[in-house]
Design a protein around this ligand. Structure first.
Ligand code: ADP
Length: 356
């Protein structure tokens, strides 16, 4: 088959925003223009494709956006795109604006849209942009590092006031159904306990440790709970800590504060590398993949593989999900899920050992 000649590519950001999305937009734009390809920005995710909200992007448009939080191209959730009629409108827009391929930044919903477009003839490549780090196929997503640094800053400030008043602070952190943010920030904030979905929560050990540390003279305590445990969980735990240990306790939910802010070095650098890789692959005929960081290598993973390994890890597989994969692929999926489970178990054990 003759290799498709790319003259123009589109970029969009979709789903929940994350710091570093603008840095990806900059990277993709500069990388494509350097390779002689025109770039257009699709505004507001897949809604922009349906509404024909398309704008040309030049190097000058993006040269100053690397440090911007949020996303320069805006984001939205677009239900219409999930249906055939909406999808066909999006494809018609690509034809009308001569968009030969798309780089889509977002989470798993965004990748579902990207694979749907790819199989209908518009080649797409996904870049993982979400603070939650909940894309199992990649070790890191863009925005994760920035969000964690923000939480650590907030946690340090909470520690100051907890120390003054001899209190325990229970902080609920974002992450959707994933506990990556919770366990890493828990260790970084010297949390005495972390509650996650991925590991059984040892509440009694937490109460015992708080009582023991208070006897030794410790004034303040930090407990981190993952958002995925539900809105009631953190507040109920706060009351229980106070009742069981006698330590006055407060519940804090920073929520969307951690979604904003200027991206860290790590997120900017990942954005630069992933954006460039996405353009390189797209122009070389690769599509329907998501760019992943695995063991310090940047690799392309089939989107369907990435979506299903996610479901496997979250125990959400549906009938027939595994039918299309070879025995070798299934083995590698299972190994990846094991690796992630071992990560959570190890991190939880470390937190229990050193957190105080
Ligand atoms: P995220 O990408 O952060 O997971 P969402 O799940 O909200 O965020 O998905 C973002 C957008 O991707 C949706 O608003 C929709 O336009 C598109 N999308 C989500 N799921 C699908 C699907 N099954 N098929 C096609 N497009 C989808």
């Amino acid at each position: 088959m003759e290799k498709k000649k790319f003259r123009k590519i589109g970029i969009l950001s979709s789903g929940g925003d994350a710091p570093g999305m603008s840095a990806v937009i900059k990277s993709v734009t500069c990388s494509a223009i350097a390779r002689g390809v025109e770039v257009v920005g699709i505004i507001g995710g897949y809604a922009g494709l349906i509404n024909e909200d398309i704008r040309p992007l030049s190097i000058m448009d993006v040269s100053g956006i690397i440090a911007q939080g949020g996303t320069y191209l805006k984001s939205a959730r677009c239900n219409e795109f999930k249906y055939e009629e909406g999808m066909q409108k999006a494809i018609a827009t690509c034809k009308k604006f001569d968009i030969d391929g798309i780089v889509a930044i977002g989470g798993d919903g965004t990748f579902r849209g990207a694979t749907d477009l790819s199989i209908r003839g518009v080649p797409c490549i996904g870049i993982p942009g979400t603070i939650d780090n909940d894309i199992t196929a990649t070790d890191y997503t863009i925005g994760y590092d920035t969000a964690m640094n923000t939480i650590v800053r907030i946690g340090d400030q909470l520690r100051d006031t907890s120390e003054s008043h001899a209190r325990c602070c229970v902080m609920e952190v974002m992450g959707r159904d994933a506990g990556y943010i919770a366990i890493e920030t828990g260790i970084a904030l010297n949390a005495v306990g972390v509650a996650l979905i991925e590991t059984p929560f040892d509440k009694e050990a937490l109460f015992e440790k708080i009582i023991k540390m208070r006897e030794l003279g410790q004034r303040s305590f930090m407990v981190i709970v993952a958002e995925g445990l539900g809105t009631e969980f953190g507040e109920a735990l706060t009351k229980e800590i106070e009742e069981r240990t006698g330590v006055e306790s407060r519940f804090v939910r920073p929520a969307h504060i951690v979604r904003g802010g200027t991206p860290t070095l790590r997120d900017r650098s990942l954005a630069g590398v992933m954006g460039d890789k996405a353009v390189d692959l797209l122009l070389n005929g690769v599509s329907d993949v998501v760019i992943c960081s695995r063991k310090n290598q940047i690799v392309a993973t089939d989107i369907k593989y990435a979506l299903i390994v996610d479901r496997m890890f979250k125990n959400k597989l549906k009938d027939g999900d595994l039918d299309a994969f070879s025995a070798e692929e299934l083995e590698s999926m299972k190994a990846l899920c094991e690796e992630r489970r071992a990560y959570f178990n190890d991190m939880y054990d470390i937190m229990k050992t050193i957190g105080c």
